[in-house]
Design a protein around this ligand. Structure first.
Ligand code: NAD
Ligand code: TYD
Length: 374
C-alpha cells in the first residue's frame, strides 16, 4: 500500500532516525519531512537519504496553520508521525513561552489541519504523536546509597538494575514538573481529545531518554563526549544522583515503525530501555570510553567532573515499564547499553566535523543564507 506520511521534526535527533528508517524501508511510501530548522534542526543529519526518490523536505513552522494545511493538501497526507518540538528541559526553564507555542499550539495546529484535510474520512488515517516519559513526573530513588553501578566504569557487564520499586506505566497519572514536560503533557491531552471528540485515529507513545548519533550537543551524552575530547569541564547537576532510563535511538525508531503499523488506535504505549543509570555513573563510563578510544589512559580525565548548581525542579528518577509494547507488539530493545554507548562515543569521535559545524554555529548560518536566497 502506498502512503503519504508526514514526519514532523525530521531534521532533529530522533526524527532523522525515523525519516531514515522509513525512507529506506518503505520505498513505496512518500515521506515528507516537515521541519522549521530551529537551532536543533540540521539537514546534515539526513545527508544519506536526501536524494532518495521517496523523500521530500518542507521547511515549515508547525504553528503556521495556512502553511501546514497547504502541505496536507499538496501531498495528500494520510499518516502523521509528529516529533517536532522544543525538547530541552534547561531551555524550557529559561523560555517557557517558546515551549508552549511549539509543543502545544504547534501540535494543535497539526491536529486541526489533519482533521480538516481528512474531513471525517478516518479510514486508513493515523495521527501518531511522539511524547516523553517526563509527563509522568518523577519517581523516588529508594536505593540511593550503597549500590554498585550497573556495570563497572570499564563498561564490561550489562545487568539491569532498578533504582526504585516503582515504574512509569501507561496508566500512571500525569504529573509534569518542568515547562517542557508540562507542554508535552498538554499536547498529549490534545491528541487524545481529538480522538475522543472527533473520532480521529490517534496514538501516543511516551519514551525514555534517547542516546545515539546526531543528538544536539546541549544534551548530556553528546555534550559530555565533546567536552571530554576537548578536556573541558563536565557540569554534573547537583550530586549526580538523578536516574535516567536510556534507550538507543535506533531502537526507538524501530518501536515507532512497529507502533505506526500495528499499534491499536487510541492506545498509549510506553517505550523504554530497562536501562537505568545514575548520571554520575554514566558520566564515569563516558570518561573511560572516550579516554580509551582516544588512546588516553582510561579514567585520566575523571577530574573534569565538576558538580554545579542543580537544575530547578530536577526530576529524581525516570524508569519506564515498556512490557505492554513487548507483550502486545513484540518490540524490545535490541542493543545492550555497553554496545550502544560504545557505538555512540565512536560516532561522535569519528564525526568531529558534524560536531564542529554545530558548535561553531556554521550550520544555522548556512540555512539562513540558503532560504534567504529562495
Ligand atoms: P530535537 O530537539 O533534536 O529535534 C526537534 C526538531 O523539531 C528539530 O529538527 C527542530 O527544527 C524541529 N522543530 C522545533 N520547533 C519546530 C516548529 N515550530 N515547527 C517545525 N519544526 C520544529 O528533539 P528530539 O530529541 O529529536 O525529540 C523529538 C521528539 O521526541 C520530541 O517531541 C520530544 O519531546 C520527543 N522525545 C524525545 C526524547 C529524547 O530523549 N530526546 C525522549 C522521548 C521523547
Ligand atoms: P538531558 O540530556 O538534558 O535530558 P533530560 O533532562 O530530558 O533527562 O539530561 C539528562 C540528565 O543529565 C538530567 O538528569 C540532567 C543531567 N545533566 C547534567 O547533570 N549536566 C548537564 O550539563 C546536562 C545537559 C544534563
Amino acid at each position: 500500500m502506498s502512503r503519504n506520511i508526514l514526519i514532523t521534526g525530521g531534521a532533529g535527533f530522533i526524527g532523522s532516525h525515523v525519516v531514515r528508517l522509513f525512507v529506506t524501508k518503505y520505498p513505496d511510501y512518500r515521506i515528507v519531512n516537515l521541519d522549521k530548522l530551529t537551532y536543533a534542526g540540521n539537514l546534515a543529519n539526513l545527508k544519506d537519504v536526501e536524494q532518495a526518490p521517496n523523500y521530500r523536505f518542507e521547511r515549515c513552522d508547525i504553528c503556521d496553520y495556512d502553511a501546514v494545511r497547504a502541505i496536507f493538501r499538496k501531498y495528500d497526507i494520510d499518516g502523521v508521525i509528529h516529533l517536532a518540538a522544543e525538547s530541552h528541559v534547561d531551555r524550557s526553564i529559561k523560555d517557557p513561552f517558546t515551549f508552549a507555542r511549539t509543543n502545544v499550539m504547534g501540535t494543535l495546529t497539526l491536529l486541526q489541519s489533519a482533521r480538516e484535510h481528512w474531513n471525517g474520512a478516518w479510514d486508513g488515517k493515523l495521527f501518531y504523536h511522539i511524547s516523553t516519559d517526563e509527563v509522568y513526573g518523577a519517581l523516588e530513588l529508594t536505593h540511593p546509597e550503597g549500590i554498585e553501578p550497573p556495570f563497572s566504569t570499564t563498561a564490561s557487564s550489562t545487568e539491569h538494575l532498578a533504582y526504585g520499586a516503582d515504574f512509569f506505566y501507561e496508566t500512571t497519572k500525569y504529573n509534569p514538573h518542568s515547562p517542557y514536560s508540562a507542554s508535552k503533557a498538554s499536547s498529549d491531552h490534545f491528541v487524545r481529545a481529538y480522538h475522543d471528540t472527533y473520532g480521529m485515529p490517534t496514538l501516543v507513545t511516551n519514551c525514555s531518554n534517547n542516546y545515539g548519533p546526531y543528538q544536539f550537543p546541549e544534551k548530556l551524552i553528546p555534550l559530555f563526549i565533546n567536552n571530554i575530547r576537548h578536556r573541558k569541564p563536565l557540569p554534573v547537576y547537583g550530586r549526580g544522583e538523578n536516574v535516567r532510563d536510556w534507550l538507543y535511538v535506533e531502537d526507538h525508531a524501530r518501536a515507532i515503525d512497529v507502533i505506526f503499523h500495528r499499534g491499536k488506535v487510541a492506545e498509549t504505549y510506553n517505550i523504554g530501555g530497562f536501562n537505568e543509570w545514575k548520571n554520575i555513573d554514566l558520566v564515569r563510563v563516558l570518561v573511560c570510553t572516550v579516554d580509551r578510544l582516544l588512546g588516553r589512559k582510561e579514567g585520566e580525565d575523571m577530574d573534569l567532573i565538576t558538580y554545579v548548581t542543580d537544575r530547578p525542579g530536577h526530576d529524581m528518577r525516570y524508569a519506564i515499564d515498556s512490557s505492554k509494547l513487548q507483550r502486545e507488539l513484540g518490540w524490545e530493545p535490541s542493543l545492550q547499553f555497553e554496545e550502544g554507548i560504545g557505538k555512540t562515543v565512536r560516532w561522535y569521535l569519528d564525526n568531529q566535523a558534524w560536531m564542529d559545524n554545530i558548535t561553531s554555529g556554521e550550520y544555522e548560518r548556512y540555512y539562513e543564507e540558503m532560504y534567504r536566497n529562495r
